[in-house]
Design a protein. Sequence first.
Length: 142
Amino acid sequence: MGKVWYVDSSVILRALINDSVAAQAWFQTCQINGDEFYGSRMVELEVRRVVHNAGASQNKAGEYLDAMHLVAVTEQLIDDAIGLTPPLGAADSLHVATAQLLAPLGIVVATHDAQMASAIRVLGTLSVHDPVTDDPRRPAVA
């Protein structure tokens, strides 16, 4: 068995919408290695809405999302997200709270979101990795 990843929508959207070769290659390599992918249903919502709004293929989005174990957004998860101390928006708070819930699995958070990566480092409970290395607008966050 390979690594266990919590994949933020920023990485999936870079692969789908921004055609990031680095993000696409990272997903392929992880799948070959037998890695597992987790995310919250918020990841699915974010990805599906951005893909819809961009007029891109929902089928391609489905290929990424179908490879993931999606965690339900519960009242407890929302409470945990509300209780986080680092400055984060609502969606990022939910992603971090979900990743913390999955921490016993040895989760590593894959994100290209600088604020989310910073919050994860401040909390000190999870590792973070940015597989998107070919974004000319900003360098990798981890």
